[in-house]
Each structure stands twice: as C-alpha cells, then as structure tokens.
Design a protein around this ligand. Structure first.
Ligand code: M6P
Ligand code: ZN
Length: 177
C-alpha cells in the first residue's frame, strides 16, 4: 500500500516544472480584444504549465511565465477570468519578476496588488483576476486553486476590465479603459 504523495519539482528561476507537464501557450492572436491596439498575432505573451496526472479534485496548481513586453503602451498581461464556481478563490505566489494583479468584483470595484518575488496574493471568490508584467524580465508565479473552479472568460470579454495598465514616462500607471 502507498499513500501516493504527489511530489514534483519546479526550477525557481525559469518556472519549468519537472515532466510530465501540460503546457498552454497564449499569443497575441489568442487575446483579441484584450489590448487597446492590436499586435503581431504570433507573439507569445505567456505560458501556463501544469503537472500532468494530479490526483486531487480539491486543489491543484499552475505556473504562469508571463513575458515582458508591451502592445502599444500597454504591458503584457494574462487574459483574466472569473471563476465559474462563485465560491472558488485562488492564491498566487510570485517567484520572479515584477508586476500587478488586477482584481475586479462583479460590481465593478477595481483593486491592484503588487507582485514581486515573495508576494502572496489571495484572489477572493467572485473576483476577476488578470496579471500584468510591468518589469523587464519574465514574471513567474504559481497559482493554487481548485481544479473545478472553472474559467469564465466570457464575463471579462463582454464587459472587460475597467482599467488598463500602461507605461507613462517610463512608469506603470492604471488608467481608465
Ligand atoms: C494562473 C491560473 C490559471 C490561469 C493562468 C492564466 O496560472 O489562474 O488558472 O489559466 O493563470 O490566466 P488566464 O487563464 O486568465 O489566461
Ligand atoms: Zn483563476
């Protein structure tokens, strides 16, 4: 008999997980409508890495490697989503880089949380969340969440986040959409 503890490794400087891994790559072409202006469709914005073959239905994790860059003056970011299950939250631990988590409630309240090496950000249930790389190197974070939380991208695509994060005079600023 074995307990079957699920032990895996992560390279803390690159975000690479020990194989086998499921990888999702998002390009600007996959993010139509997210940015104020359109960029070169084949440009890779981020990768999401997940361990393959997890046992638990309660909790899992994924590593996001978000590239540095901008489309126009808007920093590279993730698509962002609400969870389909309203009581499902999420926890981010930033391993590398610097940026923000943009949070928005169903009522439209907006907040940002700083992400840098060592930041732990709790995304409350019922909150849309998007991460933004405002630095000059890869921003790497690990997300812990319930695999049955579900991704609701439609609500975000329909009404969008109320704010954008753009570079103004070399600094990141939150501006109205
Ligand atoms: C984190 C988690 C994942 C999510 C990923 C990218 O790793 O929140 O569930 O897929 O970021 O974000 P998005 O799905 O919004 O593109
Ligand atoms: Zn989430």
């Amino acid at each position: 008999m074995e307990i079957g503890a699920f032990v895996r490794g992560i390279d803390l400087s690159t975000g690479e997980l020990s194989p086998p891994v499921k990888e999702m790559v998002r390009t600007l072409g996959d993010m139509k409508g997210c940015y104020a202006v359109e960029g070169e469709e084949s440009t890779v914005v981020y990768r999401v890495l997940q361990p393959e073959g997890q046992m638990s239905k309660e909790i899992t994790y994924a590593v996001t490697v978000l590239m540095p860059g901008k489309v126009g003056n808007e920093y590279f970011m993730t698509k962002g989503h609400f969870h389909k299950r309203p009581e499902a939250g999420e926890i981010y631990l930033c391993l590398r880089g610097e940026g923000l988590v943009l949070l928005q409630s169903r009522l439209g309240l907006v907040e940002t949380a700083q992400m840098r090496r060592g930041s732990i950000v709790h995304v409350p249930p019922g909150t849309a969340h998007r991460t933004i790389n405002t630095g000059s190197e890869n921003m790497i974070f690990i997300a812990f969440y319930s695999p049955d939380a579900g991704h609701d991208y439609e609500s975000v695509t329909k009404s969008g986040f109320a704010k954008r994060v753009v570079e103004v005079d070399g600094r990141a600023e939150l501006v109205d959409r």
